[in-house]
Design a protein around this ligand. Structure first.
Ligand code: G
Ligand code: G
Ligand code: NA
Ligand code: MN
Length: 255
């Protein structure tokens, strides 16, 4: 109850911040996108990671106002980046309850228009489970989202459901290979450790989907992914999730 009350006042007082984690185009080595990851500045001084409050936010329904805040803030960030002449895309995470909230999609539409953000710069990340559990509903929502010019990626790909038929049918753009698969690439790897990654890349490309590798921590992993035509990489090797100003420094640093 205590935690719930403080989360409630966190929503009222907007105690959140979006950290940005860069995503690099492997061919050019340049930052082309970022994932927005929420943090909670608790009044006790502690920076609370999302794992510690998103589940409660989902249970209590507070995820709805939090999700709106994320959308508004993401649009504000995109606007600031565009004003600096940075052509960077931003992805936001949607959890199960948010995908069932028809109003969220209306809100996203309005926010993009209001902030005069290029919809092509906004991407939604959903997990496999979310897609399968609500297939029909999700289909139409994603279809609308993409008609507006936004794009969709499947997060944590490979850890969820085994049915692959939805990949062909759903209107999506990218797969993010779960970091547990990337983690298997190390000095002690056997050839078979990379097999799933290679299979996902081949399948995705034949479906005209891009592939993002998450959790890239070593040069060995980056080189393996680049050699095997993975499109985009994200992970501590390049940067942890950082506040907006630090993200801008990273962009400046690559000029
Ligand atoms: O930033 P970190 O790596 O600690 O994120 C942990 C988890 O929190 C990830 O699974 C991520 O998808 C989730 N998460 C981060 N930001 C958001 C957000 O704005 N909304 C939702 N629904 N989940 C988020
Ligand atoms: O579930 P989702 O994929 O949205 O979560 C992203 C999470 O992964 C964030 O909590 C982020 O901090 C974390 N993360 C990002 N890069 C790395 C990495 O290279 N290694 C590890 N262990 N975690 C990472
Ligand atoms: Na994500
Ligand atoms: Mn993920």
């Amino acid at each position: 109850i205590d935690m719930e009350n403080s989360l409630r006042s966190a929503v009222e007082n907007q105690e959140f911040e979006l950290f940005l984690q860069p995503m690099l185009d492997l061919a050019s080595g340049k930052i082309i996108k970022a994932e927005a990851l929420i943090r909670w500045h608790h009044p006790n001084g502690y920076l609370v990671p999302p794992d510690e409050f998103i589940p409660l936010a989902e249970q209590t329904g507070l995820i709805i106002p939090i999700g709106k805040w994320v959308v508004t803030e993401a649009c504000a960030i995109l606007k600031r980046l565009a004003e600096k002449g940075e052509e960077i895309k931003l992805s936001i995470n949607l959890s199960p309850r948010q995908v069932n909230d028809r109003q969220l999609f209306e809100f996203i539409k309005e926010s993009v228009t209001k902030a005069q953000v290029n919809p092509h710069h906004l991407e939604l990340e959903l997990t496999e489970g979310v897609l399968i559990d609500n297939y029909d509903k999700v289909y139409y929502l994603l279809d609308e989202v993409r008609k507006l010019g936004m794009s969709v990626s499947i997060d944590d790909f490979g850890t969820g459901y085994s049915s692959l038929s939805y990949l062909q049918k759903l209107p999506i753009d990218r797969l993010k290979i779960d970091r547990s698969f990337i983690n298997e690439i190390n000095e002690n790897s056997q050839d078979s450790d990379g097999a799933i990654i290679l299979a996902v890349i081949a399948m995705a490309h034949s479906l005209k989907l891009e592939v993002i590798a998450e959790g890239v921590e070593t040069v060995l992993q980056r080189d393996f992914l680049k050699l095997n035509n993975c499109n985009i990489a994200q992970g501590y090797l390049f940067s942890r999730p950082v506040p907006y100003d630090e993200f801008c420094d990273l962009l400046e640093g690559q000029k």
